[in-house]
Write a protein of this length. Structure first.
Lengths: 285, 129
């Protein structure tokens, strides 16, 4: 066979082009598949859609109730307490001042009774959650059955993409081993390990056993109401249709599902004096 | 074959060295008893599945339970052995009977030199702490 350097280079070049073209075709063929099966993040309009209403009128400044609610959640879920070490802080539900919690509303002159009003913040279980989209391992996702933004701590690789994606600061990262910082370990619930993100799960493990979320259970006076948005007779829907509520950062289009009642207690007095009697204690302090 | 003596001799030395742990154990080693698995302290004699299956495949069963509970949100497991329903929970169902983690889990895992990461997060029962 007459083999020359020129002939060899010709054949080599042709095979490279052929191989590249072939693999490109194969890649195009496989690309179409995941596109078809990819899930869309459309809000669930059927089935159960769990949501929460937090009644800001019922919380006063330095309300001991706040600590009780936060502790109820954090002890139930073995959330570590790092004290003043805010760099390592892990939190599922926490109080923030009203103006801070709703800074995107750009209040200039906040109504007197709302100034510095303690506002409980937690995962909003958005209808359009940005955190689940960015997770490279599908360790967090939106449950279709009830809308809970769920986490699989077995699968989390700790990349913290979701922490960055969440516009509400609802996700915490375990920079160190949380075990030594948990005072009372509840053996019925796991802890997390170093390098895992955690957040509120709407107490899905309690819901599965027919219980209300721990924070709701810790309330004395229906400060937090939990229920199904798709059920027109649910208590949560009644509250939403009766009172003025706001949500955090609605402009982002994430469709948060935690609502805050900001009704003016004075207008309430004019409209329904009977209701205010029970409310008075909370608003005076 | 040139240097046949060297090659064959070298091979023999190589084989002796390679298999030396086996010889060593056979001559001087103390025999290791397979670990005896402790039965549940609460006297329960019925597991979710048959003992032989559990011994061989408990890790697969636990993985299946984990995926069912966390990802599918289903919690009931119906035993194929006796038809009873169980809560798919490591800390609530398994450790309810096998509350002696050190004698039950660890003894075998240490013998087999496996270190499952269950207990990095799941909390072992109080008795064992």
């Amino acid at each position: 066979m007459d083999s020359s350097r020129r002939g060899f280079l010709k054949i080599a070049g042709l095979s490279v082009i052929g191989a590249a073209g072939g693999s490109a075709l194969v890649a195009r063929g496989s690309e179409t598949e995941p596109a078809e099966s990819s899930h869309d993040d459309a809000p669930a309009s059927q089935g159960t859609r769990l949501a929460m209403v937090i009644d800001l009128r019922k919380f006063s400044k330095n309300d001991p109730q706040l600590k009780r609610i936060v502790d109820a959640c954090h002890t139930t879920h073995n959330v570590p307490d790092f004290g003043d070490d805010t760099k390592n802080e892990v939190k599922w539900i926490w109080p923030e001042e009203f103006e801070t919690a709703f800074h995107s509303q750009e209040f200039h002159y906040v109504r007197d009774d709302l100034q510095g009003k303690p506002t409980l913040l937690l995962c909003n279980h958005c209808d359009n959650p940005p955190c689940t989209r960015v997770c490279p391992t599908q360790a967090t996702w939106k449950r279709e059955a009830d809308g809970i933004v769920m986490m699989d701590w077995h699968r989390c690789i700790g990349c913290r993409y979701c922490v960055v994606a969440c516009p509400y600061g609802s996700r915490s990262f375990n920079f160190t081993d949380p075990r030594p910082h948990i005072e009372n370990l509840d053996p019925a619930f796991p802890t997390r390990m170093r390098g895992v993100v955690e957040k509120c799960t709407f107490c899905e493990e309690r819901l599965a056993r027919g219980l209300q979320p721990a924070c709701v259970e810790a309330c004395d006076n229906d400060e937090i109401v939990f229920g199904d948005l798709n059920d027109p007779d649910s208590k949560i829907r009644q509250l939403l249709s009766e009172f003025m509520t706001i949500r955090r950062k609605p402009g982002l289009g994430t469709q948060p599902e935690v609502y805050y009642i900001v009704e003016d207690p004075r207008s309430m007095q004019e409209m329904a004096p009977a209701v205010v009697v029970s409310e008075e204690g909370g608003n005076h302090a | 074959m040139r240097n046949a003596g060297m090659i064959i001799g070298g091979l023999i030395i190589f084989l002796i060295l390679m298999t030396s742990p086996i010889w060593y154990n056979a001559l001087f080693g103390t025999s290791v008893e397979p670990p005896k698995v402790e039965s549940p302290p609460n006297g329960s004699t019925e597991c979710v599945e048959q003992v032989e299956y559990m011994r061989a495949f408990h890790m697969d069963l636990l993985n299946e339970w984990r995926d069912k509970v966390v990802r599918d949100g289903t919690r009931d497991y119906v035993s194929t052995t006796n038809g009873r329903a169980f809560d798919m929970s490591l800390s609530r169902t398994c450790m309810d009977c096998h509350s002696n983690k050190a004698d039950f889990c660890d003894r075998c895992h240490t013998y087999m030199a496996v270190s499952p990461y269950c207990w990095d997060c799941h909390v072992e029962p109080k008795e064992a702490l």
